[in-house]
Design a protein around this ligand. Structure first.
Ligand code: SF4
Length: 699
């Protein structure tokens, strides 16, 4: 060994770039993170994808925010370095003036889901206890709030019912709107293992994704029409006598209404609505319906929809009709996207939720948490605006100030002319982040936070497994872990006694107690147990409880133990093609980037592979319009137009366009998307809107 080489230590932790949360060891030398090696953890078994391999480069990245900054000269003046005291004193004095003049709810918190459970918990508590505002929500609203609602309504518990290691136990995977190979690459090893053992794979997706290219059957559905296919499959399964009558009788409620609802969905009718040939729907129904064990995996392809909750419920109806939910390797699996997308919605930073998955508007649940926090229940605010509604309250002037934590609204929200107006209206707009995002460019105060490897805590991965994140290095410059920033703000607001934490472990132990008795009960999950068991699945109600990898093996989460089934009528997307907009535009992710790209666009290798967006267009459509591969074209929707490179590919429906959404400014796909939302959970319809593609010199 080279004697001059610095001594390296290995810090075991997890990748933060998707909900899989692969185990990794960070190499640390001289107080800096200098590299990575995979870790043999149960769900990644020593593998990392391209994002995981370079994630560590964020820690010492030259673009890191190192000092607090403010626009001392007001809006329009440059951001200048200031001390923490000056920044925090200014924020609190402004908030106090605003709340005195306009009321408590004129200040809001818009938080993120890529942070630890401890940070997510403290954001919800800070909003309600320190600020007294009801307006707190998080960017998981944009991710999979529709799946969360569907699972809560059907099963009584919002969590994937089974671990990834169950996937090889299935005989048939039905993947609906989930691009596993690009968005969750390491999860593919479980899919391959199922395939090696003979499992069939059916993919429903408008694009022939890398997963679809390996499938037995690809159903190229028109974006926004999945319910037609799912209902027709269920109708066919009934006709073939493949429903599990005994399971439906003993373990569910509502089957008769579902059976009646799907009756009109003949194969031909479904073909008419969805564009999928009737023969393929029939083949899919038989392949899925005849499998002894079958698993439906679904993600944003059906969840980013004005009927996203119903899309997920239609999947659940199929799985329940086949008696699959609760079986090892069977049922449904929502595939959470964000690093801590699952944990972020369990701990009380969502507008309608309190820790332990309690509902803020249910009297006994709010009383329980108010008592736990030591405040009169009358002081605990009621449900506030969802993230997508909050931005309109900002644009309309009802919300005067917002603290945005690790979220990049200028890239991630639809209709970003409204977002821009909202951000410009706020005074002050406070941003906590570790890179200067497109959103932070509008901020009056920017506070430098920590990245995932600069603090410790827990996250909950897409399986419901609570895992431990360990600290490998200090944040650079004067940057601080976000929970310390929030604690210091609370002190200045005169509420420091409610935030007495000296460490992330203090927060975790409070959260364990707060969640006790709730749906997501972490009480028995100590950090020691997480290390011993390589993660612990909630619910884990006592210290000697081993955790619960499989849910619903005997009962669902309702007092009578039965799952709920809901009839799901067909509903078209909010905006259908027609007139001057003949295409359906859909958006999504690519393997090299994460969410708004604020992190991955700075990592050289990842950015070199996908430095700019493109629009995918089928060769038939391209030929008709005279568009050639790599030509710059214009994509227009009723809201906006953008110029982007054309990628002519046969892997997309001829009536559909696709643009990846990881880019900002003039390259932001969400300038084009529709801001229509699902009526109950307010998730936007990112996955379909009407569009036109044309040559730049078109008249
Ligand atoms: Fe990270 Fe997800 Fe890739 Fe695993 S699959 S290395 S968690 S981005």
């Amino acid at each position: 060994r080279d004697a001059t080489r610095l001594a390296e230590t290995l810090v075991p932790t997890h990748c933060a770039f998707c909900g899989v949360q692969c185990g990794m060891n960070l190499k640390v030398a001289d107080g800096k993170v200098i590299g990575v090696e995979p870790r043999n953890f149960p769900h990644n078994r020593g593998s990392l994808c391209p994002k995981g391999v370079v994630a560590y480069q964020q820690a010492d990245h030259p673009d890191r925010l190192r000092y607090p900054m403010m626009r001392r000269g007001g809006k329009g003046s440059p951001l200048e370095r200031v001390t923490w005291d000056e920044a925090l004193d200014y924020i609190v004095s402004r908030w106090q003036r605003i709340q005195a003049e306009y009321g408590k709810h004129a200040v809001s918190i818009y938080s993120g889901s890529s942070m630890t459970n401890e940070k997510c918990y403290i954001m919800g508590k800070f909003a309600r206890v320190a600020l007294g505002t009801r307006h707190v929500d998080y960017n998981g609203r944009l991710c999979m709030s529709s799946a969360a609602m569907a699972y809560a309504r059907a099963f009584g518990v919002d969590r994937a019912p089974l671990p990834m290691t169950d996937i090889p136990l299935t005989d048939c995977i039905l993947a609906v709107g989930v691009n596993v190979a690009e968005c969750f690459p390491i999860m593919m090893q479980w899919v391959w293992q199922a395939r090696d053992k003979g499992a069939n794979l059916i993919v429903i997706d408008p694009r022939e994704t890398p997963l679809a290219r390996t499938a037995d059957l690809w159903l190229p559905v028109k974006p926004g029409t999945d319910i037609a296919v799912l209902n027709a499959m269920l109708r066919q399964i009934i006709a073939d006598g493949l429903v599990d009558e005994e399971y439906l009788k003993t373990r569910t409620q509502g089957w008769e209404a579902v059976r009646d609802e799907v009756e009109p969905f003949t194969l031909e009718y479904a073909e008419h609505l969805s564009g999928v040939p009737a023969k393929r729907i029939l083949a899919a129904a038989r392949l899925y319906g005849r499998a002894a064990t079958s698993l439906i995996m679904h993600a944003r392809g059906i969840e980013h929809s004005t009927h996203g909750v119903d899309n997920c419920l239609a999947c659940i109806n199929l799985a329940l009709a086949r008696g699959q939910v609760g079986k090892p390797g069977g049922g449904t699996m929502m595939v959470t996207g964000q690093g801590n997308g699952q944990g972020g919605r369990e701990v009380g930073q969502k507008a309608n939720q309190l820790p332990g998955y309690r509902h803020i508007d249910v009297p006994e649940e709010r009383e329980h948490i108010a008592r736990f926090w030591g405040i009169p229940v009358e002081e605990l605010p009621w449900e506030g605006a969802a993230a997508t509604e909050m931005v309109h309250l900002m644009a309309d002037g009802e919300i005067k100030s917002c603290m945005i934590v690790c979220s990049n609204l200028m890239v991630s929200l639809p209709d970003n002319q409204v977002v821009q107006k909202a951000l410009q209206n706020l005074d002050p707009l406070v941003v906590i982040d570790f890179f200067q995002s497109e959103t932070a460019n509008f901020a009056d105060v920017v506070l430098p936070g920590s990245v995932w490897c600069e603090d410790e805590g827990t996250t909950t991965n897409l399986e419901g497994r609570v895992i431990k994140i360990n600290k490998a290095a200090d944040p650079p410059g004067e940057a601080q872990p976000d929970w310390i920033i929030v604690r210091e703000l609370a002190k200045r607001l005169g509420r420091g006694q409610f935030f007495p934490y000296q460490s992330a472990l203090d927060i975790w132990n409070e959260l364990r107690e707060a969640s006790k008795g709730g749906v997501s009960d972490y009480y028995g999950i100590t950090w020691e147990k997480i290390d011993e068991q390589e993660g612990v699945f909630w619910p884990c109600p006592t210290l000697d409880h081993p955790g619960t990898p499989r849910l619903f093996t005997e009962r669902f989460g309702f007092p009578d133990g039965r799952a709920r089934m809901f009839p799901i009528p067909y509903q078209p997307p909010a905006e259908e093609p027609g007139g001057m907009y003949p295409f359906r535009l859909t958006t999504g992710r690519v393997v090299y980037h994460y969410l708004s790209g604020n992190q991955t666009r700075r990592l050289g290798f990842l950015n070199s592979q996908a430095p700019e967006p493109w629009v995918e267009i089928h060769p038939q459509a391209a030929a008709r319009l005279g568009i050639v591969n790599e030509e710059i074209v214009r994509v227009r929707t009723p809201r906006f137009s953008m110029e982007v490179k054309a990628l002519v590919v046969p892997t997309i429906r001829p009536d559909t366009l696709f643009i990846p959404y990881h880019y900002g400014g003039k390259q932001a796909a969400n300038q084009l998307t529709n801001s229509a939302v699902e009526p109950t959970v307010k998730i936007p319809e990112y996955k379909v809107c009407a569009a036109l593609v044309e040559k730049l010199n078109a008249p």
